[in-house]
Design a protein around this ligand. Sequence first.
Ligand code: HEC
Length: 138
Amino acid sequence: MNSKNSRLWLDLSVAFILVVLLIGGGMLIYQLNFDAMEVEVDNALAQRGQEISTQEGCIACHTVDGSLGVGPSWQGMIGRIETLDNGTSIVVDEVYFLESIRYAKRKMVDGYPNVMPSYMMEEEEIDALFAFASQLSQ
Ligand code: HEC
């Protein structure tokens, strides 16, 4: 290898390392941000629900602390009487919770944008999410 070539390789290697560091650093900050959002729960099912909420991206729209998000906060959700955009009201129970996830467009909470995608989740995952939201609704 001549010296021009090895210089090129050095440049490429440095560039590669910088890119890896940049992406890795970004991912670390992203992860730390989500970890900072973690709340204390007192059972394994609710903790699994919390993990699913983070992994599936629910957390992007449903906050854990009652603060305003794109959708209603997990905090205080379960058991609340919600007004729908057709003027009727509904109690957020297990059945409505599951329906809201699998068929997100069926019943719309009044005052929110129609942006939530439907998720074909296992019932076991929805149970965990419900346990998590319930913990934040006591
Ligand atoms: C892009 C934003 C967005 C994401 C991501 C999202 N949601 Fe929603 N969600 C909303 C909005 C907005 C509403 C209120 C309007 C409606 O009824 O669709 C809502 C409503 C709900 C409701 C009904 C709540 C109530 O108070 O009536 C449940 C349950 C729910 N989402 C669960 C989930 C779960 C579980 C996930 C992740 C698997 C998720 N959402 C991901 C935006 C989102």
